[in-house]
Design a protein around this ligand. Sequence first.
Ligand code: APR
Length: 230
Amino acid sequence: MEQIVILTGAGISAESGMGTFRGAGGLWENRRVEEVATPEGFAADPALVHAFYNARRQKAARVEANAAHQAIARLQRDFPGLVTLVTQNVDALHEKGGSEQVLHMHGRLAGALCATCGHRWDAPVEMQPGHPCPACTAPEARPDVVWFGEMPYHMEEIFEALSACTIFAAIGTSGNVYPAAGFVQEANRAGAHTVEINLEPSAVVSDFAETRFGPATQTVPAWVAELLSN
Ligand code: APR
């Protein structure tokens, strides 16, 4: 049985209007990553970090899934094998596009996490410093997103899927952030066919057997159509 693992990054949501991180106009362009995406940055200036994620949460609530998200949902529904979807994105566009199974390895904008007791709940649109945890009342609510230096979520399940996969696709990710950038090597070890689907070559493009370059709303539906017609 074919087992597909798909990894997505910011590029799949770019045409929906969510910004990417790196490159011209990227979310990181004007900020040091350490300021808004590390536990140390949050401790130093929680108001700045909340403002950054509040703005992204508001944006994410306004935008719609695009043809690439929808094509992946169709693949998950119709492919006569297993399709594991792993995303680095904290938006909910895969879910809006119809995907029922999504592993959010970098967490979700829609989630809040207590930094003291680990309790999770639905984030309000606007989070504020000092917001109390509904479980333990510590004033330590933070966005439930994985920052640099923290362990991504679902790693055991992801590596299990990678070790058994026959096809691995990385879509819309620049290949700069590990462990996700190393998934292709794990898939190669498993003997999978590996394909990079991106606007331009990523930092790890040479690890892939096949490449397809172009905007995700065109390349992903075409790739899915081929898989479903085989
Ligand atoms: N279609 C396909 N790919 C696109 C498109 C598009 N329309 N637009 C941009 N891209 C590609 C870019 O060429 C780039 O290679 O998407 C990639 C986006 O790269 P990044 O901005 O680095 O995003 P990502 O790889 O998801 O970042 C990984 O880093 O900042 C952290 O935690 C954050 O999850 C994020 C992680």
